[in-house]
Design a protein around this ligand. Structure first.
Ligand code: ADP
Ligand code: ASP
Ligand code: MG
Length: 452
C-alpha cells in the first residue's frame, strides 16, 4: 500500500491512514509513504536558499518542517515517554538535515547528489512519525530504510530503478523482515545507487516505489491510496462532473500517465505490468469506495471510453527535411537534439519531406534549439494543447471523435486526431484556446459511453 502526500498531510490524515493499515494488518503488508504534503517543495526551497547565500532563510524553512512533524506527534501521542522518544527521533533527523544544508551553504554549491540527500528527509520524516503513531496505537511495525533495497542507477534527481538488483536486495533484506514482522513502514521516492548513495526517482515517484516493491516481493496486489476515488474520467481540477472508472487496463493507464494524469507516476505501471500484479487506486478519505482496479486485460464485448487527459502549453513543431539529407540520419539527429535539450516528445509523425512532433517544454525556451543545427532547417511551430482519450476497443470511437474535431476545426490547419496506433488511446491536438471546449465534448462522449 502506498499513501500519497495528502494522505499523510497532517495528524487527522495520518490517523485515517492508521485505520486503513490497521484494518489490513493481518496480511503481510509493506506500507510506502510519501512526504507530508508540501514538504518536498519546502526541501527544494531550503536547498536553494542554502546554495544562494541565504542560509538563515534555509534554516528557518527547515525549522518549519521540524515543527510540522512535531505538531503531528503532539496532536496524536499523549503518552509522555513515547512522545519524548518520537520528538527526539524527529529532532535527530532534522539536525542531520540542517547539517546537510550547512554543507551546501558553506560550499555555495548544490549538486543533484546533495539535493537528493536533502529531499530524502521528507519521506524519512513522514515514515518515522507514522511508525511512532503505530507504536503508540499498539500496532507492531518495523521502519525500514527504502534505499537499503530499492536499487537505482546514479542519475540523481530522476534515477532509474534496477529491478534485478532490487529483487536481490529485497530477497536479502526486506522479505525476511516482512515474514517476521508482518508490517513494514518504508519511504516512497528514494532509493540508492551501487555506492549506496541516496537517489530519488523523480517527482511523484512514490507511486513507482510501491510498484517496484510490489514486484520485488511478488505482492498479490498493489494499492495506491490517494485523495480521489480512483482514476476518474477526467482531471477533477479541470472538470466537475467526473466519474470513477471501475476497471481499466495497464496500457490505458500508461497512456494517461504519459500525457500527464497526475494520479499515477508515468512509470508506475511498468513493474506491475511486467509481473502482472493488479493495481488498485483508492481514496484514503473514502476507504469504502471501491476505486479503480487496473488489470492486464479486461474482457468486454463492447468498447468503452474511460478517461481523457489534456495538456496545454505544448508545441507543435514541423521541420522540413532538406531533399539531400538521408531520411533516417535526419530523423535520428532531430530526436537527438530534442533529447539533449530535455524536450519531452509526446507524438511524432515522419515522412520523407517532413518531421512533425509535439513537445512539452518544461522550463526551457525553444530558442535553445536554434543554437543547434535546427538553425539551418526550415521550421514552423505553434503552441497547442494535446488530449489523450483512453478506453478499450477504442477503435469503434474514432468516427465520433473525428466528427468533434472536424466540427471544431474552423479552417485551422493544425488540429489533428491521431488514432489507430493503439487500441487504448486516441490523441488529439488542438489550439491552446480550444482545450477546454474539446475536453468537455470528449468527456461528454465518455459519460455517454459509461452510462450507455
Ligand atoms: P498523491 O499525493 O496521493 O500522490 P497526487 O496529487 O500526486 O496524489 O495525484 C492525485 C491527484 O491527481 C488528484 O487529486 C487529481 O487532482 C489529479 N488527477 C489528474 N488526473 C486525474 C484522473 N484522471 N483521475 C484522478 N485524479 C487525477
Ligand atoms: N514526495 C515526492 C514528491 O513530492 C514523491 C511523491 O510524493 O510521490 O514529488
Ligand atoms: Mg502523486
Amino acid at each position: 500500500m502506498k499513501f500519497g502526500g495528502s494522505s499523510v498531510a497532517d495528524a487527522a490524515a495520518m490517523l485515517k491512514v492508521f485505520e486503513i493499515v490497521n484494518k489490513f494488518a493481518d496480511n503481510e503488508l509493506v506500507v510506502v509513504l510519501s512526504a507530508c504534503k508540501g514538504m518536498t517543495d519546502k526541501l527544494i526551497a531550503c536547498a536553494n536558499y542554502a546554495s544562494n547565500n541565504n542560509f538563515s532563510e534555509s534554516i528557518h524553512l527547515a525549522e518549519s518542517i521540524e515543527i510540522h512533524h512535531f505538531n503531528i506527534l503532539n496532536e496524536v501521542i499523549n503518552n509522555d515517554k513515547l512522545k519524548k522518544n518520537a520528538l527526539d527521533d524527529v529532532k535527530f533527523l532534522t539536525d542531520e538535515l540542517k547539517t546537510f544544508l550547512e554543507g551546501v551553504s558553506l560550499l555555495q554549491e548544490l549538486t543533484p547528489k546533495s539535493l537528493d540527500q536533502i529531499l530524502s528527509f521528507g519521506e524519512r520524516l513522514s515514515t518515522l512519525v507514522f511508525s511512532h503513531i503505530c507504536k503508540f496505537l499498539r500496532l507492531n511495525c518495523k521502519w525500514m530504510f527504502a534505499p537499503d533495497f530499492i536499487k537505482t542507477d546514479s542519475n540523481f534527481n530522476s534515477a532509474k530503478y534496477n529491478i534485478s538488483n532490487t529483487k536481490n536486495a529485497a530477497n536479502d533484506k526486506l522479505i525476511p523482515v516482512l515474514q517476521q514482522e508482518k508490517l513494514i513502514i518504508t519511504q516512497g521516492f528514494i532509493g540508492s545507487d551501487d555506492d549506496s548513495i541516496v537517489t530519488t526517482l523523480g517527482r511523484g515517484g512514490s507511486d513507482l516505489s510501491a510498484a517496484i516493491i510490489g514486484a520485488a516481493i511478488n505482492a498479490d496486489e498493489i494499492w495506491i491510496w490517494t485523495d480521489v476515488s480512483g482514476v476518474l474520467s477526467a482531471d477533477p481540477r479541470k472538470l466537475k462532473n467526473t466519474k470513477t472508472i471501475r476497471k481499466m487496463t495497464f496500457n490505458e493507464v500508461r497512456e494517461l500517465a504519459f500525457f500527464g494524469a497526475k494520479v499515477l507516476h508515468p512509470d508506475t505501471i511498468k513493474p506491475a505490468m511486467e509481473d502482472k500484479i493488479p493495481v488498485r487506486v483508492l481514496n484514503t478519505f473514502e476507504p469504502d469506495n471501491k476505486g479503480t482496479l487496473i488489470l492486464e486485460n479486461i474482457i468486454k464485448n463492447d468498447a468503452e471510453l474511460h478517461s481523457v487527459i489534456s495538456m496545454n502549453s505544448c508545441v507543435f513543431l514541423s521541420i522540413n527535411k532538406p531533399a539531400e539529407a538521408d531520411f533516417s540520419s535526419f530523423a535520428n539527429n532531430t530526436f537527438n537534439i530534442l533529447e539533449l535539450n530535455n524536450f519531452k516528445i509526446l507524438y511524432t509523425l515522419i515522412t520523407e519531406s517532413n518531421i512533425r512532433c509535439v513537445l512539452k517544454p518544461e522550463n526551457q525556451s525553444l530558442d535553445i534549439l536554434f543554437a543547434t543545427e535546427f538553425n539551418n532547417y526550415n521550421i514552423k511551430w505553434n503552441e497547442c494543447a494535446v488530449l489523450c482519450l483512453s478506453g478499450i476497443g477504442i477503435d469503434q470511437y474514432k468516427l465520433k471523435s473525428q466528427k468533434i474535431i472536424t466540427k471544431l476545426q474552423n479552417g485551422s490547419d493544425y488540429y489533428q486526431l491521431i488514432a489507430g496506433f493503439s487500441d487504448n488511446a486516441i490523441v488529439m491536438i488542438c489550439k491552446t484556446e480550444d482545450e477546454m471546449k474539446v475536453l468537455e465534448q470528449i468527456h461528454e462522449l465518455i459519460l455517454n459511453s459509461i452510462e450507455g
